[in-house]
Design a protein around this ligand. Structure first.
Ligand code: PLP
Length: 412
């Protein structure tokens, strides 16, 4: 897919690129076609049987989507990838390809709230349960969360929004000792900062709506397959029909469940990825400066940014993250809810939005938005306080970003 000897910036432009057949287009065009013609009776049968390369129906594959799948597999140093309609669809398909009714997942507690809800509420309705390990960096506590029916472990490289970066190699070691694969959500890390497969992860999941696109105009998701034996072993209990790879199995499941990525969004994603390193370098650099500035402010009680020396997760961040520490983090104001409300209402440059990884800087109050359905005890367990604010730092001049936060803090 890629060329592991290339530098990241070369890879992001050239990985997975194949000259488009026919007209020699430099960029794979947008194939907005639901179906593809068969030359004859035999070719139709071969396509459905998976005996010949080529496309038949966009829900199962499309040249524009395939181009971005090859690029993502290349960038994450995986063997294959599947792109779907959103990050949530990618997580759903990754889990459902591996799991069946009666199975169990061990997940880190500190993860994106949408994924926690999926595991805790939606999958539970279908007989798939989850245990949330409080500290995935504690090997004994993590091992204690396993059950005989545990079939997968789930973590995020840079947890949204707490930044409690896990010890990835410890987690993969414990999971593999139990014979189960590790699914890693690398949405906030991006392959520019970390390639989880190089640390033992079996599957990498992305919300491509975020940093990979960067422009904030196309929702999408992807699963990158490492080809590891823990994935194929997961099918050994008979819930697959033959010796398909993980991605083949996931592609047919996604085809039936139906969360197809629009070829147009795949095209926009491909353009986003080509400038990932340029944006991430700026955004993560800006995030560090904003976090350092917040640390100097009397209004701020605490900051959850793994790039700060004061973070308890700085050692893990130093060990696993390259070229910076990401651009999404949370901090908590001493003044609680009124101070949070005043800051959110007072900014004029930061966008009040529930999105992240955009070139624009975004600000959100988790307790009244993404985490609004949690009880007070659950909020406390997840480190979300009334004064907690989440930032996604963009590419603007950092002095402007800080000035805007400062005028809103002082106005309070
Ligand atoms: C870490 C993480 N994973 C997955 C998702 C879901 O992605 P999407 O919005 O593309 O469905 C999000 C969304 O914020 C996220 O932050």
């Amino acid at each position: 897919m890629g060329n592991t000897e290339w530098g990241f910036s070369t890879e992001q432009v050239h990985a997975g690129i194949r000259p488009d057949g026919g007209h020699g287009a430099r960029i794979t065009p947008v194939y907005l076609s639901n179906g593809f013609l068969f030359d004859d009776f035999d070719q139709a049968r071969e396509r459905f049987a998976g005996e010949s390369e080529g496309y038949y129906y966009t829900r199962y594959g499309n040249p524009t989507i395939a181009a971005v799948e090859r690029k993502l597999a290349g960038l994450e140093h995986g063997v294959d990838a599947l792109a779907v309609a959103s990050g949530q669809a990618a997580l759903t398909i990754a889990f459902l390809t591996l799991l069946k009714q009666g199975d169990h997942v061990v997940s880190a507690r500190s993860i994106y709230e949408g994924t926690r809800g999926l595991l805790r509420e939606d999958f539970a309705r279908f007989g798939i349960t989850a245990t949330f390990a409080t500290d995935p960096n504690d090997a004994e506590a993590l091992a204690a969360a396993f059950q005989p029916n545990t079939k997968a472990v789930f973590i995020e490289t840079i947890p949204n929004p707490r930044n409690d970066v896990p010890d990835l190699e410890l987690v993969t070691r414990v999971a593999h000792e139990h014979g189960v694969p590790v699914i890693v959500d690398n949405t906030l890390g991006t392959p520019f900062h970390i390639r989880p497969i190089e640390h033992g992860a079996d599957l990498v999941v992305h919300s491509t709506s975020k940093f990979l696109s960067g422009h904030g105009s196309a929702i999408g998701g992807a699963i990158v397959d490492s080809g590891s034996k823990y994935l194929t072993d997961a099918f050994a209990d008979g819930h697959t029909v033959n010796d398909e790879t993980f991605t083949q199995k996931a592609r047919s499941l996604a085809g039936r469940f139906g969360p197809t990525l629009s070829p147009f969004n795949a095209f926009l994603l491909q353009h986003g990825i080509e400038t990932l390193s340029l944006r991430m370098r700026e955004q993560s650099g800006n995030a560090l400066k904003v976090a350092q500035w917040l640390e100097s402010r009397p209004e701020v009680a605490s900051i959850d940014y793994s790039g700060l020396d004061s973070s308890p997760y700085h050692a893990n961040a130093e060990r696993y993250l390259e070229n910076g520490y990401g651009a999404v983090f949370a901090f908590t104001l001493r003044g609680g809810l009124p101070a949070a409300e005043a800051l959110i209402n007072g900014v004029t440059l930061w966008s009040r939005m529930t999105h992240l990884g955009d070139v624009r800087s975004l600000i959100l109050h988790p307790a009244s938005t993404t985490h609004i359905h949690l009880t007070a005890a659950e909020l406390a367990e997840n480190g979300i306080e009334p004064g907690t604010i989440r930032l996604s730092v963009g590419i603007e001049d950092v002095s402007d970003l800080i000035a805007d936060l400062e005028q809103a803090l002082v106005a309070d």
